[in-house]
Design a protein around this ligand. Structure first.
Ligand SMILES: [Zn+2]
Ligand SMILES: [Zn+2]
Length: 185
């Protein structure tokens, strides 16, 4: 995260990074749309990168560091090989070379990235029982979804949303059952 912020500040000063401060510089609807678009593009980037990192030769070199935590904990959210950290940190600065974003949207994304990473590595389900089957909730990833990735390896590669796991047929068949067992209420 500090590296990401340093890269973005450098890019902003030199004019390459398209972060704007005046809301009226672009249409008002670009503020929510740019945030949602960034989350979806990051999801796509991460899902396919994550699957690539599970190819055995790449896994041994890079991604194994993260999977050394078979049972995830909030610390696992920050436990990566430096190369994986760099590839992940590169996403936002690269995106901002292409699309303009209001500073508050950028700050919101950095907060979402940090909080969701900690929630997904809690290994304690925080969402209620109906969540995994709700028409909106079933598209969001939480602690049970990602804890299955740390135990089963070949399932649940997503970051925020389950869409690519559904399309790529990589969602764990045990997700619904385990969610019911772990969900508090
Ligand atoms: Zn993995
Ligand atoms: Zn993880």
């Amino acid at each position: 995260m500090p590296l990401q912020i340093a890269l973005m500040l450098l890019g902003w000063q030199t004019g390459y990074i398209k972060v704007y401060l005046k809301g009226s510089d672009y249409a008002w609807w670009w503020i929510p749309l740019s945030g949602l678009l960034a989350l979806f593009l990051q999801e796509t980037y991460y899902y396919w990168l994550h699957r690539w990192m599970h190819i055995p030769s790449v896994y041994k070199l890079v991604h194994k560091w993260h999977h050394d935590s078979q049972i995830a904990s909030p610390w696992t959210a920050f436990s990566f090989h430096p190369l994986e950290g760099l590839i992940q940190a590169a996403f936002l600065p690269l995106l901002l070379l292409v699309i303009p974003m209001h500073l508050y949207v950028l700050i919101g994304l950095l907060v979402i990235m940090s909080i969701s990473s900690v929630i997904n590595h809690l290994d304690i389900e925080v969402y209620p029982k109906w969540f995994a089957r709700h028409f909106l909730g079933k598209w969001l990833i939480g602690a049970t979804h990602h804890s299955l990735h740390h135990k089963q390896y070949k399932y649940n590669f997503g970051l925020y949303f389950t869409c690519w796991d559904v399309i790529g047929k990589t969602e764990s068949p045990y997700y619904g059952q385990l969610f019911d067992e772990k969900s508090p209420h």
